[in-house]
Design a protein around this ligand. Sequence first.
Ligand code: PEP
Ligand code: MN
Length: 347
Amino acid sequence: MIIVLKPGCSDAQIQHVIDRIEELGFTPHVSRGAARTIIGVIGSDEMKLESQPLQAIDGVERVVPILKPYKLASREFNHEADSVVEVKNVRIGGGHLGMIAGPCAIESEERLMKIAAAVREAGANILRGGAFKPRTSPYSFQGLGEEGLRILRRVGDRHGMPVVTEVMDPRQVDLVNQYTDMFQIGARNMQNFDLLKEVGKCRRPVLLKRGMSATVKDLLMSAEYVMAQGNLKVVLCERGVRSFEDSTRNMMDISAVPNCKGLSHLPIIVDPSHATGRPDLIPAMSLAGIAAGADGVHIEVHDCPEEALSDGPQALLPVRYAQLMDQIRKLAELMNKSIDVAEEVAV
Ligand code: PEP
Ligand code: MN
């Protein structure tokens, strides 16, 4: 259930509600908005709570049961505003677009420096790069591991960009946590529930990619796994689902964007790189995603796709990325959205 507090409620009143919920043996999830605070109370024994006269507590406006199977992720939990997830100084959601760009895999420091400089110059505000790669073939490049994480950190810092990288295994969470600003949960791991719980225990933002055969409800249930551990900083990502169409890598489900927005307060971005697998389709699908209300775009960029160690065929050249960013900025203005700029760095 959700306990909606009155606007202007004092800290003491909020604390009193929290204490009462804890006394009853539940864990409160507090969300402090600009206008008002709401407290989510989730548990397997919600019936016990429903019999309590919580409306009678001073400062409580109303108590609303959540009927959806996902609770903290549901729109009801934060119906007044879209959540904004901050990745260091970069906001995603609530009118702010996260522009995530970089190579599929971290290949070398020199190469990542070059790509990062180009995408930052074009207006990207978060740098991506995989150090642990979930490859279909065990013989394909698996990533540089910890050395890749070190490179990503150095390059991100050098360019004033927060970084996002994939974590594939619960046992890697502590290690990746030392280097990254945002965890990526890949499509293949969207329902790795132990992994979701582990990143949920951290307080770092999570980019949660939709599984290739996952429904929107499955995606929101996975977000719930992370949030139930106390980490509310989840950004959803539509990256295409499997279909019978074989001229694109996957089928980008643009309707998932407004669909998720109706069902959830969480930000959602699109990844036209993995959704289409085709650089020629990335610009149109990026713009379509933003027009549908996406809170950002995730794009793989490589300066020499023919040399890329993974996902080369879908990589966008930096010059094309810069052209696309020009278009995205125009669309963003039309839609009243802003794009945070990566921090200035002293050279
Ligand atoms: C990636 O971002 O490089 C990746 C492997 O994405 P996905 O999990 O969406 O396939
Ligand atoms: Mn990739």
